[in-house]
Structures are given as C-alpha cells and as structure tokens.
Design a protein around this ligand. Sequence first.
Ligand code: HEC
Ligand code: HEC
Length: 230
Amino acid sequence: MRIGLGKGLAAVVVAGLVALSAAAQAQQAPIMIKGQPYEYDKDNAQDVMRICAGCHGELGNGGGGGAYPRLGGLNADYLAEQMRKFKSRERENIPMIPFAVDRELSERDVLDVTRYLSEIKLDTKPPANMPADGYARLQIMKKVLQIPREPGDAEAGKAFYAADCGPCHGNKGQGRLKKPALAPQFIPYLKTQVDSFLSGKRQHDDIEIMKARSPEEWKNLWAFLSSLQD
Ligand code: HEC
Ligand code: HEC
C-alpha cells in the first residue's frame, strides 16, 4: 500500500513523528502491530482512500442514494471496529469483500484510513457565498452532505428518539465514541442496518426496544433523523 516517499525522507518523517509523539506515548501505551509501535501515516491513508473513494466518495461523504454510507467525520475507533468485523465476516458486506481481507487491507491500513476519515469535516449546507468559478464550487460541494428529508411526523419521531436512542447516539444524533453518529447519515442506509439488527444479521444492544416499535413509529423516527441537519 505504500507509494512514494524515498527511504531517507521517510526516515526523517518517522523520526519526527517519534519525537513528537514521545510525550503522548509516555502517558499512553502505543498500539503495537506485529511487534512494532503503530504511527499514523497520512500518505498511506490517502493511498488507501483511493480504493474507498470509488464507493464512499473522496471525502467519505457516501452516496449512491444511500447505498454507500457517509464515513467522513465518524469516530475512528468505530470505523476501525467495523472494518475488522467486515474482515472477520462477523458483519456481512458483500460489495466490500474484495477489499476487506488482510492481503488487501492490513491492520496498519485500517488504522490509517479510519483516522484519516475521522478527521474529515463535512458540512450539511453550502456556504452562503459560493465562488463563481465552477471548479471551486465543485470542490466545496464535495464537502456538503445533504440528506433528503423523509416523510412522517418528526415531532413524534423526536420523542421516540429521545427516549430510546439519544442516550447512546447523542440527543442530536451526533454519536459518542463507538456509538456511531446517526445524523447526518443516509436514511436508506440506516434503514438497512435496522432491518439487519431486527433479523439478527447484525448485532445491536437492547434489540427489544427496536422490536417494540411499530412501522408508523419508525417512519416518524426517520423523519426526525432526516430533519437534524437544518
Ligand atoms: C465496492 C464498493 C465499496 C468500496 C470500494 C468500499 N466500500 Fe465500504 N461499504 C460499502 C457498502 C455497500 C457499505 C454498506 C454495507 C451495509 O449496508 O451494511 C459499506 C460500509 C462501510 C462501513 C460501515 C459504516 C458504518 O457506519 O458502519 C465502513 C466503515 C466502510 N464501508 C469503510 C470502507 C473503507 C475504509 C473502504 C476502503 C478501504 C471501503 N469501505 C470501500 C461499499 C464499499
Ligand atoms: C445501549 C446503547 C445504544 C442504544 C440505546 C441504541 N444504540 Fe444504536 N448502536 C449502538 C452501538 C454500540 C452501535 C454500533 C454497533 C456495532 O458495533 O456494530 C449502534 C449502531 C446503530 C446503527 C448502525 C449505524 C451505522 O452507521 O451502521 C443504527 C442505525 C442504530 N444503532 C440505530 C439505533 C436506534 C434507531 C436506536 C433507538 C431505537 C438505537 N440505535 C439505540 C448503541 C446503542
């Protein structure tokens, strides 16, 4: 996965990183991979991102009508854990099978690309003053993630969400650590996940609280989640 960087330069960069992170490491044990301490390699992350971009977008903004989830700005530990679940097939993901094997994507690649994705900041609205230049506009729009609104009673959905989901996923769907952000995220993607939880294909805590809700209540929940961006 490593392209570019002459060995000399790489050594200087690594030495710099080691010095920079020495203080941090004094407090926190480094992550070890095959006996070597792990250091974030942004160049490698960008190389790996080229594979992911075909489906998830250059900035991890997702798309395909919600077939491909937004990844940009999600928690790095959550993303890495999902990658490991794809690799072990604990979580099924047929489109990603060719990429989610050790030969294609090492643990180092997983840590690099998930950290890179977690540091991307996506906006939910275009800025008020858009540049006139077409190329500049295109670059800005790549960072804008707009979730189509879902029909339903968003107020009722808010009450359902606050009671059952907010305590873990955050009151505005912003997520917390390994409890992923649910907003802004493509609703068709989230619906597929809930179907997988309900059928036992994917694991979720307290599944009974999901089973207890009617289709009408779910519709309202999606209406609420799709309204959180504005
Ligand atoms: C061929 C298309 C494709 C490629 C390439 C691809 N993915 Fe995916 N990815 C998907 C699909 C489809 C899903 C949704 C699966 C589902 O519905 O559960 C997904 C889901 C994910 C998720 C789960 C997100 C969540 O919120 O739980 C992560 C993380 C992820 N991909 C990371 C990556 C990374 C990193 C790469 C590059 C190494 C990559 N993907 C490449 C198609 C792709
Ligand atoms: C006890 C904490 C908890 C509660 C309560 C909770 N969740 Fe979750 N949720 C999680 C965790 C943890 C995950 C990640 C699961 C994994 O690792 O695969 C998750 C994942 C999800 C996902 C998948 C997101 C993605 O990006 O793939 C969806 C959708 C979801 N939850 C919806 C809900 C909804 C809707 C509710 C309320 C009915 C809810 N959750 C309540 C902890 C919680």
